[in-house]
Design a protein around this ligand. Sequence first.
Ligand code: ZN
Length: 86
Amino acid sequence: MWIERCNNQRCRRPYQVNEFNGDGSGQLQPVDILCPHCGRSEVRWSESVFLTHALSCDEEQEINQRQGYFGTLKRRAWRYPGVALR
Ligand SMILES: [Zn+2]
């Protein structure tokens, strides 16, 4: 299990990726990694199957804070009080 961030510029939300063993043939196949938030898919060649999973609000916030992403939004909202913080 690991965390990836969506490559859709309008989304950029983090999500959890779980890797499962494929059919054991050892052959690389194009596998979709699907963002659970916006549905953007990213194809990766792998023997495994990947399942994605949205993070809980708390987990997502913690990751965004750690990466300074949410902090930027907060500072912006502070400067422009009329802008709603989503
Ligand atoms: Zn997305």
